[in-house]
Design a protein around this ligand. Structure first.
Ligand code: GCB
Length: 595
């Protein structure tokens, strides 16, 4: 065996070993399995005093005899749509933070020899899940999937699920108590029931090696027939490999590629992946590309690129609320495409899995992030484990997406020793889980007496990119003053300005010196883009933000009314003047990097 192949095999085994140690039990790409959707109407009870715990709401009692005292009743309670946050569905729940109980029935005929799983795309923030009155388990973190096996609890015929959801903010949570977006609560993503064979394909990974010559990865079975032969096929390229799984159900592989076109934003080539075992088949769509940095450059498939981006919240401003379907998400990414983006920063928490799958199809590179945002309880080991778990769940879920090139471990965090330890450990953790992507965080800088922006954050040493947010011309002075500023960034790494932006109320026209006017926002972008274009290592920008978004922190009664107005697009979907300034910049950068 060639030395390089041997080394790759060792690396593949090492990676697969590490991911095996992470405590995640989720069927990869569950939507492509034998599933029943449990979306739709769920009964709900708002419970600000946690009465349901004492009243045992999880038993879902129905009054048996007329004199029975029952102080709750799901069967006659009104319903909320799932997926969907509660805030945008009921006027009286717009500002509600606390406990809401959800309940629904489902009917199933369990088949002999099959296994059954309940899978949730996301519940914000805590979920306590019961099936037929029995506790299945808990999940914490509002933006990542979780799953329970219910084979031994499912009944033939009618079943019921009760979930206690709670989006109360606490200082030890991730995110903590203070953040600049709406704290949408509830079952915000799809719920599915999956029927699996006794031994099934639980997880798999396929990655292009750094030399772009091989595909490396693993297949993980679960069940009792763990030692099998599995086949991995890349259909359109006519490639296939057969490999045995070991006693733990794991097969690692590496094989040379032929006839594979690399994935790029310009040509987002995806392949049908089929994984076959004696007891199960899994399918997926994947693209293959490499991403690395070399000095000040970001190399996609070995070629220097510029990330023409924009930041995004997972919110449909037209609702306004959390997106409720794939088409809501497609609308957001289509707006980014109209801005001529090849890149999107999915801030500040893991977005819906559909987002990265759409980005794979549409040709958008992604920055994905966990909500380690502003002030976190840095010295609390439980908080650290929570952040690490959310990060692991995100990486586990999206590791096969070609679009995802950056894992961000947080946003605008204070430069202290405790935070360095917390986030430095997160960075190390990411590198252990995934060696094929870049690690980053949106850092903060400072401005010295000569109006020079500088960075002095040792966390930068742990990261592949220099990314920072800056609001010169909005929180600091005004847009007309921007030309007086300069940047002094001297590291030999690519620089991405992960945020810069200014607010404008769509349709409010005035002069460039008037706050919240479209003209002031337009001038802000003209001056900012001129200024940052002078940074020699600039390799990407993600203006804050694509569309206006709701935030309880934005209280100006005339211009904001609970909206952060830094969108390039209004809450009704209209492009502001600044949109076209950013688009022109993107067009110019596209031309420059085509050469
Ligand atoms: C920031 C934050 C972002 C805010 C934004 C703003 O620096 O990262 O979450 O929404 O500023 O509008 O102030």
């Amino acid at each position: 065996m060639k030395k390089s192949i041997l080394l790759l095999l060792v690396i593949a085994a090492f990676i697969s070993n590490l991911s095996a140690q992470i405590n995640i039990n989720i069927i990869q790409n569950i939507k492509a399995r034998n599933i029943t959707s449990l979306d739709g109407k769920w009964h709900y009870i708002v419970d600000p005093f946690n009465t349901g715990e004492w009243g045992k709401f999880h038993f879902n009692k129905i009054q048996d005899v007329p004199d029975e005292l029952l102080e709750y009743d799901f069967s006659t309670a009104t319903a909320l749509n799932v997926p969907g946050d509660w805030n945008s569905q009921k006027n009286e729940l717009q500002y509600y933070e606390g406990i809401v109980w959800y309940q629904r029935d489902f009917f199933v005929h369990p088949q002999p020899g099959k296994r059954y799983f309940l899978n949730f795309g996301a519940v914000n923030y805590k979920a306590e899940v019961y099936l037929n009155g029995r506790l299945l388990g808990n999940h914490e973190g509002g933006f990542t999937p979780f799953q329970f096996e219910i084979s031994d609890k499912i009944l033939d015929g009618d079943n019921f699920i009760v979930i206690k959801t709670d989006n109360t903010r606490y200082a030890e949570n991730v995110p903590a108590e203070n953040f600049d977006w709406w704290n949408y609560g509830g079952i915000t993503r799809d719920v599915v029931l999956a029927e699996m064979n006794e031994t099934y394909i639980n997880d798999y990974s396929l990655q292009l090696t750094k030399d772009m010559k091989n595909i490396t990865g693993y297949v993980q079975l679960k069940g009792t027939q763990l030692a099998q032969e599995v086949t991995v096929q890349i259909m359109e390229a006519n490639l296939q490999i057969k490999i045995p799984t070991n006693a733990n159900g794991r097969a690692t592989f590496i094989f040379p590629i032929k006839n594979v076109e690399y994935w790029t934003p310009e040509k987002p080539q995806l392949y049908t992946i089929k994984i076959l075992s004696n007891t199960d088949t899994a399918t997926d769509k994947m693209g293959f590309r490499t991403i690395e940095t070399k000095g000040k450059d970001i190399l996609l498939n070995g070629k220097s690129i510029f990330l023409r981006g924009v930041c995004l919240h997972e919110e449909n401003p037209l609702i306004p609320g959390r997106p409720r379907s794939k088409s809501d998400l497609k609308m957001l990414l289509s707006w980014a495409k109209e801005l001529n983006c090849n890149y999107v920063r999915l801030s500040h928490y893991p977005h819906n899995e559909y987002m990265s799958r759409l980005a794979d199809e549409m040709g958008l590179l992604l920055w994905e992030e966990v909500p380690v945002y502003w002030s976190i309880d840095w010295e609390n080991s439980i908080t650290y484990e929570n952040a690490k778990q959310q990060l692991s769940e995100l990486i586990y879920r999206d590791k096969n997406r070609a679009s995802v090139i950056i894992w961000s471990i947080g946003n605008e965090t204070p430069n202290t020793d405790a935070r360095y330890k917390f986030m430095g450990d997160l960075a190390d953790h990411v590198r252990r889980m995934d060696t094929t992507r870049l690690v980053s965080a949106a850092l903060l800088g400072y401005i010295d007496s000569t109006k020079t922006f500088r960075l002095n954050d040792s966390l930068g040493n742990k990261l592949d990119l220099i990314c920072f947010n800056e609001y010169i011309g909005w929180y600091i002075e005004n847009p007309a003053a921007i030309p007086q500023y300069s940047f002094a960034i001297d590291a030999n790494k690519p620089v991405i300005i992960s945020e810069f932006g200014a607010e404008a109320l769509g349709g409010f026209y005035a002069d460039t010196a008037t706050r919240f006017s479209e003209e002031m926002q337009e001038l802000f972008y003209k001056n900012q883009l001129k200024l940052i274009a002078g940074i020699p290592a600039l390799r990407g920008t993600s203006p804050w933000i694509l569309a206006d978004f709701r935030s309880p922190k934005r209280l100006n009664p005339v211009y904001q009314e609970g909206w952060n107005r830094k969108g390039l697009i209004t809450e009704t979907g209209k492009k502001k003047k600044a949109f076209f300034v950013v688009k022109a910049f993107n067009d110019a950068m596209e031309k420059k990097y085509k050469k």
